[in-house]
Write a protein that binds this ligand. Structure first.
Ligand SMILES: CC(C)(COP(=O)(O)OP(=O)(O)OC[C@H]1O[C@@H](n2cnc3c(N)ncnc32)[C@H](O)[C@@H]1OP(=O)(O)O)[C@@H](O)C(=O)NCCC(=O)NCCS
Length: 170
């Protein structure tokens, strides 16, 4: 592939590029549910900028281009919440999404607050996403109906299950 992809903590300057990539990546999800008003497609730049200040946000770059991202935070119950895993369509299915998700787990685990488990969700028709999460150790815990077109499948993974955490964060 020539240049290699690097992953690091996002800066405020990345906001526009992340949002652009998010809009691109979630087109397929919108099509799948027949709903172009889903949150990832209607999020404002201002709201993303707030997330950049308050949450953990990682970006993957190929040169100057942002080609992947993921966000996360630790909630009041010590659950590491992971959202908006995105990889540029032309870079998908080469392992970057899995690497970003694992990097976010390590990022949350390395923070000052203890993390008991990681939690994320995906739409009920997003079987590809479901396979990816299951392969990385997530198991379905709940179904939440969002509206008549969409339910969220909630998946969790206990932190203890993560092998080699110390080695991986070193
Ligand atoms: C989910 C996403 C980040 C995965 O990125 P990626 O770099 O392709 O991930 P990886 O290469 O590590 O893993 C690929 C796996 O993802 C799963 N997958 C995700 N979307 C898929 C799709 N549309 N079709 C088939 N498999 C898909 C499969 O399990 C695939 O494994 P396989 O190639 O062995 O079948 C990417 O597909 C994306 O940006 N999707 C749109 C946004 C989205 O839905 N994000 C998740 C919200 S919950």
């Amino acid at each position: 592939m020539g240049m290699s992809v690097t992953t690091s903590v996002a800066t405020e300057d990345d906001a526009e590029r992340i949002l652009k990539l998010q809009y691109l990546c979630y087109q397929g999800e919108a099509e799948l549910y027949g709903d172009w008003a889903i949150e990832p497609l209607t999020q404002t730049l201002e709201s993303l900028r707030t997330e950049l200040k308050e949450r953990h946000v990682l970006v993957s770059r190929l040169g100057d281009e942002v080609v992947g991202s993921v966000r996360g935070w630790v909630d009041a119950d010590g659950v590491g919440r992971i959202r908006r895993l995105i990889v540029h369509p032309r870079m998908q299915r080469h392992g970057l999404g899995s690497r970003l998700l694992s990097a976010m787990e390590r990022e949350l685990a390395a923070g000052s607050r203890p993390v008991a488990a990681y939690r994320l969700f995906t739409g009920h028709r997003s079987l590809g996403n479901l396979r990816l999460y299951q392969r990385l150790g997530y198991r379905q815990t709940q179904v939440e109906e969002v509206n008549s077109k969409l339910s969220f499948l909630v998946l969790e993974k206990p932190v203890a299950q993560q092998a080699g955490r110390l080695a991986a964060t070193a």
